[in-house]
Ligand binder design. Structure first.
Ligand code: SF4
Length: 317
């Protein structure tokens, strides 16, 4: 049984978990490839116009997989942290895809909603596992394996590795010398080399080190978000703001790059808050780059060069 997993949204957060769980239950897991022009074009064509870029890209990946698999996993990720929601787009994603793309295979749209209780995850895994077996012990074994894989993956990211290294895909050699920049963003922008114009590769080729949100312990993000006047209940915004605040405070970081996507409401509020705080308190080089559906990288490169020049000049001074 082939199960397709679109390479978008929280793919780079949960793919090792998903793969371990489904493989243990006997499925053949088929991820879509890295985003390319055709996938992006299909996403823009089938998704509603005013969606954010990552949602459009996700549609493109679902479209790519639709004739190649028996089932497609489009989980409804309502909440992955107790008392927090991710972002409203995640909750509605299965419906958006189902009503936008015709002739999809059977969709596995099990809901993960930890808002009220952590035990919801167990319930959802049993619900998904029942597609393969009625033996609850087999499902439990697959779930345990998935959790182990997830923990190993998180440890690998915390150590500074990129997802590709853990997943056994073509990895980017990371620079260990040169200036250090912090990149505050979301995993679906950071690890999608097509929509971010190969940002990590470009930095590495220039001998620049980077610190990414996934390299920070969860408690660091929590501590930084504790400074906010109101509790942030959107997990995606919390990771974004928490990592940006940490990067501003850390003296080893020479500059901060904020990577956001066109059409993101949560980021527009978060960036406004970060910018106001930066102007008042911090003086580090700082740049916001907004990604959209354009695939030419001339404008992106010019802005990146300007940011790196600024860091270089400050370091020399
Ligand atoms: S946080 Fe922003 S970019 Fe991410 S899914 Fe929500 S709206 Fe889109």
């Amino acid at each position: 049984m082939k199960i397709g997993v679109p390479r978008g949204m929280y793919f780079y957060k949960y793919y090792p978990f998903t793969k371990a769980f489904l493989t243990e239950l006997g499925a053949e897991v088929v991820p879509s490839p890295q985003t390319n022009k055709e996938i992006l074009d299909m996403g823009s064509r089938y998704c509603i116009d005013d969606a954010c870029l990552p949602v459009k890209v996700y549609h493109g990946h679902a479209h790519y997989l639709k004739d190649k698999v028996d089932h497609m996993l489009l989980p409804r990720l309502t909440s992955v942290v107790p008392k927090e929601y991710i972002c409203p787009k995640f909750g509605g994603l299965p419906e958006m895809v189902k009503y936008s793309i015709a002739e999809l295979p059977h969709i596995i749209d099990v809901e993960i909603d930890l808002y009220k209780s952590k035990s919801n995850l167990i319930k959802s895994l049993y619900e998904a596992g029942k597609m393969f077996t009625n033996n609850p012990y087999r499902i439990k074994r697959a779930a345990d394996k998935a959790v182990r894989e997830h923990n190993l993956y998180q440890t690998s990211l915390l150590k500074g590795n990129l997802p590709e290294k853990y997943m056994g895909e073509a990895d980017i050699p990371i620079s260990h010398n040169g200036p250090l920049i912090g990149i505050a963003t979301h995993p679906y922008l950071l690890y999608d080399g097509f929509i971010n114009m190969k940002l990590l590769e470009k930095l590495s080729n220039k001998g620049i080190k980077f610190l990414l949100p996934e390299m920070l312990e969860k408690k660091v993000i929590e501590e930084k978000c504790g400074m906010l006047e109101k509790r942030m209940f959107w997990s995606s915004g919390k990771d974004f703001i928490g990592s940006a605040l940490y990067m501003m405070d850390n003296n080893k970081i020479d500059g901060i790059l904020i990577l956001t996507s066109f059409g993101c409401g949560i980021d527009s509020l978060s960036i406004d808050y970060i910018e106001r705080l930066r102007k008042k308190t911090y003086k580090k080089p700082f740049m916001v780059i907004t990604l959209d559906e354009h695939t030419g990288d001339a404008n992106f490169n010019t802005r990146l060069e300007a940011f790196l020049d600024l860091i270089d000049r400050r370091k020399r001074l």
